[in-house]
Design a protein around this ligand. Structure first.
Ligand SMILES: NC(=O)c1ccc[n+]([C@@H]2O[C@H](COP(=O)([O-])OP(=O)(O)OC[C@H]3O[C@@H](n4cnc5c(N)ncnc54)[C@H](O)[C@@H]3O)[C@@H](O)[C@H]2O)c1
Length: 387
């Protein structure tokens, strides 16, 4: 069987999620090529080495420039913060590597364009990790919409609610720094909602937004050496620094096909840990998805006999549901990590047959154009056309 040898740049949250995918994809999917977990890369050797052993990578390397140049690597997977995506992606494209990049594609729209330009110029296959598309219930929603089951779409309302920075003493991590993250809840959470809206509903036409930073300053993190373990540890200092991103961003949208939508992303919703939910209403029915019950899709059909109408819950674990047939017997549910496995299965199948995976950098750029238009609308306090 053919092999796809992978170099993973980054080793923390998404490093673990992507490693989970590479470790499990062959167990569940009959894919035309095997992923080989060749090398994992990060800047701090000691924790990197621990991740290498724990996640199952053959080697580790502290310089990503060396990884992208290695001839025994076919695919570079970028799971660093957004401002580090561009240089790695462009260097990897120059070396002819297949590229998987985390979302948002970049920290600025200009970087996103440069990255799309590079993968096209060097003719390499590219994918972006909008993993929620790959959940069976979400893919089923797409299928039902494509089949016309909810008719002509009128509305999408989507929220993505978290609470991990409600405490004002939570430190100034990279996700709260504009030059690293690009934006806050907006680029992190609305990026997923925008991609799902494009996938399920259509292209954005114009947007108007509103954002707020509730806690303007937070304790700065300092790196210190731990003499006992020899590890570099980060600790909160007494000094504070400015939060330069939004804590919450809401926006309204008009789509090119006449759909109207509302979107809300916040990190200040106590009790909501990763509360993503969307509802889509059409002339023949509605669908509702709630990530906290990710195996389920709610579906209401106007075509049901009047006396029997009501939302039904479809447990999207049947062999006939997207992806589900590759997992467990019906009713044996899956979880968050499996979305990454499904995405990697699609990626390997696509590149093995010479196709570009979906979603890819075109979707990354389109998402970034919407993110940008919302930010522009907030700055100008007016509706902005999406490019
Ligand atoms: N698809 C999703 O649902 C999802 C979820 C979380 C994060 N993300 C995205 O994944 C990316 C990484 O987020 P994370 O949560 O894993 O962050 P993280 O902080 O947990 O990990 C970031 C990793 O990048 C490494 N790194 C940072 N700067 C680097 C540089 N200049 N060169 C090399 N390595 C560098 C760090 O050492 C660390 O290993 C971001 O783009 C984020 O938006 C996506």
């Amino acid at each position: 069987m053919k092999e796809i040898r992978i170099g993973l740049i980054g080793y923390k949250f998404m490093g673990k999620a992507h490693s989970f995918a590479y470790n499990n994809v062959k167990l569940f999917f009959d894919i035309p090529a095997s992923p080989v977990m060749r090398i994992i890369c990060g800047r701090n050797e000691k924790p990197l080495k621990i991740a290498q052993g724990k996640f199952g990578w053959q080697e580790y390397e502290t310089d990503w420039r060396k990884v992208v140049k290695r001839p025994d690597i076919d695919l570079i997977d970028v799971v660093t913060p957004p401002n580090a995506h561009k240089d790695i992606v462009i260097a990897a494209a120059r070396e002819g590597k297949i590229i998987l990049c985390e979302k948002p594609l970049a920290s600025t729209l200009e970087d996103a364009y440069a990255m799309l330009d590079a993968v096209e110029r060097y003719g390499v296959k590219h994918a972006i990790c909008f993993n929620y598309r790959k959940l069976p219930a979400v893919a089923l929603a797409h299928q039902l919409i494509q089949q016309g089951k909810i008719g002509k779409i009128y509305h999408i309302r989507a929220v993505y609610l978290q609470d991990w920075i409600v405490n004002p003493e939570f430190p100034l991590v990279w996700r709260l720094q504009k030059e690293v993250a690009g934006s806050g809840a907006h680029g992190d959470l609305n990026a997923h909602l925008i991609d799902l809206a494009r996938y399920l509903v259509g292209e954005f036409d114009e947007v108007i937004g509103l954002s707020q930073t509730f806690v303007g300053e937070r304790p700065i993190l300092e790196e210190k050496g731990d003499l006992t373990t020899g590890l570099v540890v980060t600790e909160k200092s007494n000094k504070k620094g400015p939060v330069t991103v939004d804590d919450a961003t809401l926006f309204l949208a008009r789509f090119k096909n006449g759909v109207i939508g509302s979107f809300e992303a916040t990190r200040f919703a106590p009790g909501r840990k990763n509360g993503q939910r969307f509802e889509i209403n059409g002339s023949r029915g509605s669908i509702v998805f709630n990530l906290e019950n990710l195996n389920e899709l709610q579906y209401y059909s106007q075509d049901d006999p009047e006396a029997e109408r009501g939302f039904r819950t479809i447990l999207a674990t049947d062999g006939s549901h997207p992806y589900a047939g590759s997992w467990w017997p019906a009713g044996h549910i899956i979880g968050y990590g499996e979305s990454f496995v499904n995405l990697v299965a699609d990626l390997i199948s696509a590149v093995s047959s010479g196709q570009n995976p979906s979603p890819n950098f075109h979707d990354g750029v389109k998402c970034q154009e919407v993110l940008n238009a919302v930010e522009e609308s907030i700055g100008k306090r007016q509706w902005i056309k999406v490019k």
